[in-house]
Design a protein around this ligand. Structure first.
Ligand code: G3H
Ligand code: 13P
Ligand code: NA
Ligand code: ZN
Length: 328
């Protein structure tokens, strides 16, 4: 059954768990998530980026979600727009059956100028108004995703910000978070604590200098009733890096967000945890393995079925680690 982000995260907050939000672009990823959820009785957040919508097409994507919902009628399903960049993107997502949208008004902001902040408040507030009229939820974002380690921000597309900004400018400011939530009435707030999108988050296992979970704790202390969202939360597991490289991949050693740090966040109001890279890596490491080990194979299903299985395993693990399991 389709539910909103607000309904799901309210339930998660009252039971002390978080929900992983997995990105999809295709049928195999959708099936992997739903199979994992069904195995452990977890509610799901499926999210699609603007890139996913143009890759699959809105019609294909929305009918696929309908099919997943009907195939797994007992699994509560929130369909969410990841990193919406304007009102039109959010409105058209809702028109295609999304029950939740992210209005990322921080996308435009290279640094925390007052004008950037005012823009973010104004556009997020407009999206909240339109979404709430039709019963959909809204996630806003405040802060810049980007590496504290390298002293630079990134834009949400993973490209570096011109004229790098300081650590303090990357991290979400707790005072501003209080003001932003009050001014916009968002249902959930994405905050920046040092994570970034993609595989290359940290060049060592992160400590408090480069992964500032204290920011999450401080914002939760100030906004105890606000659902917090962690982006860039793939863990980039070593076994997946190893498999990818063992079969001809070239991924330099990298570190993601340790699951225990996410679990710490869940104790401080984190209710939605965005994961895309881990799912991509699980699937493509298996593609490489099949390509290397069955060199005459050309049936795509022989690649896609084990890739789907690997993603399903990854999703099930996160449902268990984040306490989502058992709450469907
Ligand atoms: O926001 C980042 C997500 O991983 C989606 O990535 O824009 O390549 O689909 P994408
Ligand atoms: P990862 O690249 O760490 O999986 O983050 C995904 C994300 O934040 C999507 O919005
Ligand atoms: Na941002
Ligand atoms: Zn993100």
């Amino acid at each position: 059954a389709r539910i909103t982000l607000r309904q799901l995260l309210d339930h998660a907050a009252s039971h002390g768990y978080a929900v992983p939000a997995f990105n999809i672009n295709n049928m195999e990823q959708g099936i992997a998530i739903m199979q994992a959820a069904a195995e452990v009785d977890a509610p799901v957040i499926i999210q699609a980026s603007r890139g996913a919508r143009s890759y699959a097409g809105d019609l294909m994507l929305s009918h696929m979600i309908d099919a997943l919902e009907r195939t797994y009628p007992d699994i509560p399903l929130c369909m969410h727009q990841d990193h919406g960049n304007d009102e039109a993107t959010c409105a058209s997502a809702i028109a295609h059956g999304f029950t939740s949208v992210m209005m990322d008004g921080s996308l435009k902001a290279d640094a925390k100028t007052a004008a950037d902040y005012d823009y973010n408040v104004a556009i997020t507030r407009r999206v909240v108004d339109l979404a709430h009229w039709v019963g959909a939820s809204v996630e806003g974002e405040l802060g810049v995703l980007g590496s504290l380690e390298h002293g630079g921000g990134e834009q949400e597309d993973g490209h570096g910000v011109e004229g790098k900004v300081s650590h303090d400018q990357l991290l979400t400011d707790p005072d501003q978070a209080v003001d932003f939530v009050r001014a916009t009435k968002v249902d959930a707030l994405a905050i920046a604590m040092g994570t970034s999108h993609g595989a290359y988050k940290f060049s060592r296992k992160p400590d408090g200098d480069i992964l500032a979970m204290r920011v999450v704790e401080e914002i939760h202390r100030r906004l105890p009733n606000t659902h917090l969202v962690m982006h860039g939360s793939s863990s980039v597991p070593q076994p997946l890096q190893d498999m990818f490289n063992q079969f001809g991949g070239e991924m330099p050693q990298t570190w993601g967000v340790p699951v225990e740090e996410i679990v710490r966040g869940i104790k401080s109001g984190v209710r939605k945890v965005n994961i895309d890279t881990d799912c991509r890596l699980a699937m493509t490491a298996v593609f490489r393995k099949v390509a290397a080990q069955a060199r005459s194979e050309f049936d795509p299903r022989k690649f896609l079925k084990p890739a789907m299985d690997a993603m399903r395993e990854l999703c099930r693990e996160r449902f268990e680690q984040f306490g989502t399991a058992g709450h469907a």
